[in-house]
Design a binder for this molecule. Structure first.
Ligand code: HBI
Ligand code: FE
Length: 290
């Protein structure tokens, strides 16, 4: 495929991003969107930016991140420079059978789901510029690696993510990707858990964000609801501000069990019900107190 048409395919399948060009180089990837992680193109300033972001975020993760995330992060041992995806893949293949796949950035839904269903996690290989430390439109290597990769070493989370990929393929066929993507958003990106340390974050969108980590776990004005699959599948989300509502699990088994449901009948039942605004509430919502 030509580079221009690959970019078009990504934009067409993601919707929200069509008003700015994608920054990755799509001319060098195959139809699976894999690229080579070009270590020779990282400048010293890129590694320095990684070290800065890592140190700042690792400190917050100690007090705000779930135990599973902290353990996974420590095992990766990537504080000092932009990580080598091959090295991390060797570790993950032994623990949960996952591997990392370098990509130019966002990839189309069908390709994304196929990779997840086969235990390949797509990771943007480039890092943000120094002038955009705290706000970023497309996922870079810090978001993708620091945020998502630690939990790929956790058996139940890793299995849930593979099943999400399979659910994605079914949702594509059923025209239900928009609804399913709310599960990814509110769990894989913005999930909270009550673990042995109390209320903690495990979602990548939270734990790769300096500001949202504290907001999600401690802000009195954020709404935290007990995880409920149907509630999540009805809930709209915003991509341009902190989340107004977070969902809380008690165990990764909650996510695993939800991921395994036959979702087609649930989609059908929900079609008759209104979506819920990001800051909306229902009488039956179960709030989790701080
Ligand atoms: N591509 N690289 C990348 N990372 C994502 O998280 C991603 C994607 N393409 C599609 C996508 N996410 C979502 O739209 C699906 O989960 C629905
Ligand atoms: Fe992400």
């Amino acid at each position: 495929m030509r580079a221009a048409s690959m970019t078009d395919k990504v934009l067409a399948s993601s919707g929200a991003l069509s008003d700015h060009p994608l920054r990755g180089d799509y001319s060098v990837c195959g139809s699976d969107f894999r690229v080579v992680q070009r270590f020779d193109l990282y400048r010293p300033a890129d590694h320095a930016l990684w070290r800065f972001l890592f140190a700042r975020q690792a400190g917050l993760v100690k007090t705000h991140g779930s135990k599973a995330f902290r353990d996974g992060l420590a095992a990766l041992d990537v504080a000092d420079s932009i990580p080598d995806f091959e090295r991390a893949s060797r570790l993950l293949r032994r623990t949960t059978g996952w591997e990392l796949l370098p990509v130019p950035g966002l990839i189309p839904n069908d390709v994304f789901f196929d990779h997840l269903a086969h235990r390949r996690f797509p990771v943007s290989w480039w890092i943000r510029e120094a002038g955009e430390i705290d706000y970023l439109v497309e996922p870079d290597v810090f978001h993708d690696f620091f945020g998502h990769v630690p939990l790929l070493g956790h058996r139940l989370f890793a299995d849930s993510l593979q099943i999400y990929g399979e659910q994605g393929q079914k949702a594509l066929a059923a025209g239900e990707v928009k609804r399913l993507s709310r599960l990814y958003w509110y769990m894989m990106e913005f999930g909270l858990i009550r673990d042995e340390d109390g209320l903690r974050a495990f979602g990548a969108g939270i734990l790769s964000s300096f500001g949202e980590t504290r907001h999600a776990v401690t802000a009195p004005d954020a709404t935290r609801l007990a995880f409920n699959l149907a509630r999540v599948l009805r809930s709209e989300y915003r991509i341009d501000s902190y989340q107004a509502t977070y969902f809380v699990i008690d165990d990764f088994a909650d996510l695993f069990d939800a991921s395994r449901q036959d979702l087609l009948p649930i989609y059908r039942a929900l079609a008759a019900l209104a979506d819920i605004a990001p800051d909306g509430s229902l009488p039956e919502d179960r709030r989790i107190a701080l």
